[in-house]
Design a protein around this ligand. Structure first.
Ligand SMILES: *Cc1c(COP(=O)(O)O)cnc(C)c1O
Length: 385
């Protein structure tokens, strides 16, 4: 392992910005030069670090960025990022000033919010740009297709407002031939047409997320909104083989202590694992559930150490976990290959020929890779390589 560990804690996320650029480029290749790429960098870029990822994506051809909260948008602005930022949500009216001061576009679907936003923008001699969210069947946010034209006609009188985009979000873009997807796609196309027929400016029309971008090129419109794929992970098996992606995040740590406990000694809270009769070396790693390593994986995950798989043992603690190193009982009762303080431990990523992926961990946790990387973003220091 080539990376130097942080000085203050032997646990970190390794973020490969070259991989971010290559993944971004792969999306640009798919969508072509006439379609813009908006990158979802919400949740601190799915745990990968929003500021650094945004810059890397922009350098590879992305032109717009999407966040989920006001604070996420402000963080990008404070880091000097000047490209368009869309918040994929409305927020409480109380933070409208912050949006306008930082030039963060909200997604709008309520008249009350729209008018408050336009009012404040006009008072500040600004134009409040926004994107209209349309709920075509995800049942999350947005105006319904039936209400879209009337909604726009209700708010459009306001000189403080400018519609910079119209979008919807697909619930089933990863399932080819899916009926719900077709319904959503048709409703969206009809809504866009109805807005145009009513001579309402739609701004940029967009709907495809990662699976949509890869599997549904007909829905690219003016812009695609990719997220997970930029981080090198597939949203579903259906996109594998359709785009070449490289995982961006590795999670690594170093051993902070080793010991040869007595046979029968308990390891961790509740002593859920005990040293078996053949003896074991036990090593401690400074990563815990507060770092995003789900406690639910206790006693049923492995780590890579010096190119070998080792069994995690005992309950995962808030800030540490332990793993066991087999010993060779037939001979010396010493570990086959002992682990030492400072040895590198790979929790997600590649070590030699072996690899543990976010997908492996997601499967073990009964969740999706998105949640795995978001969780590791919680506290671990990020080292950009
Ligand atoms: C998160 C999000 C995306 C990106 O989704 P991926 O599946 O990560 O590509 C796109 N659009 C909206 C509205 C989102 O919330």
């Amino acid at each position: 392992m080539q990376v130097t560990s942080p000085d203050d804690r032997w646990a970190w996320e390794e973020i490969d910005l070259g991989a971010v650029r290559r993944n971004t480029h792969a999306f640009k290749q798919i969508i072509g030069s006439r379609v813009q790429l908006m990158c979802a960098v919400k949740a601190d870029a799915y745990g990968h670090g929003a500021v650094a990822c945004t810059k890397a994506m922009h350098s590879a051809g992305a032109t717009q960025f999407a966040v989920a909260t006001v604070a996420e948008g402000v963080e990008l602005r404070q880091a000097g990022i000047e490209w368009p930022i869309l918040m994929l949500n409305q927020c409480p009216v109380e933070s409208i000033d912050t949006l306008l001061e930082n030039d963060i576009m909200p997604s709008i679907y309520e008249v009350e919010f729209a008018l408050a936003y336009g009012e404040r923008a006009a008072a500040l001699n600004k134009v409040g740009k926004y994107h209209l969210a349309v709920d075509t069947g995800m049942t999350r946010i947005g105006v319904t297709p039936q209400d879209a034209v009337e909604f726009r006609q209700t708010i459009d009188f306001h000189r403080g407002l400018e519609c910079a985009g119209t979008f919807t979000h697909f619930a089933t873009a990863d399932a080819p031939g899916d009926w719900d997807f077709e319904l959503q796609a048709n409703r969206f196309a009809e809504t866009v047409q109805a807005l145009r027929d009513a001579r309402l400016e739609t701004g940029l029309v967009h709907c495809d997320n990662t699976p949509g971008t890869v599997l549904h090129p007909k829905q690219h419109f003016d812009m695609c909104r990719a997220g997970i794929g930029l981080y090198g992970l597939h949203p579903a098996d259906t996109t594998r083989g359709r785009i070449q992606l490289e995982p961006v995040m590795s999670v690594r740590a170093r051993v902070i202590r080793t010991t040869y406990p007595q046979v029968g000694a308990g390891v961790g809270y509740g002593a859920t694992w005990r040293v078996p009769a053949r003896g074991m070396q036990v090593a401690t790693v400074p990563v815990g559930y507060a770092d995003g390593l789900a406690r639910d994986l206790s006693n049923r995950m492995e780590v890579l150490v010096n190119g070998r798989r080792m069994q995690q043992v005992g309950r995962i603690c808030m800030d540490q976990f332990m793993f066991a190193v087999p010993v060779n009982t037939a001979r010396t009762y010493q570990p086959v290959s002992p682990v030492g303080v400072g040895d590198y431990v790979t929790i997600i990523g590649r070590d030699g020929d072996d690899e543990i992926t976010a997908d492996d961990m997601a499967a073990a946790r009964n969740t999706i890779n998105y949640e795995v990387t978001c969780d590791f973003g919680l506290r671990l220091e990020k080292i950009y390589v």
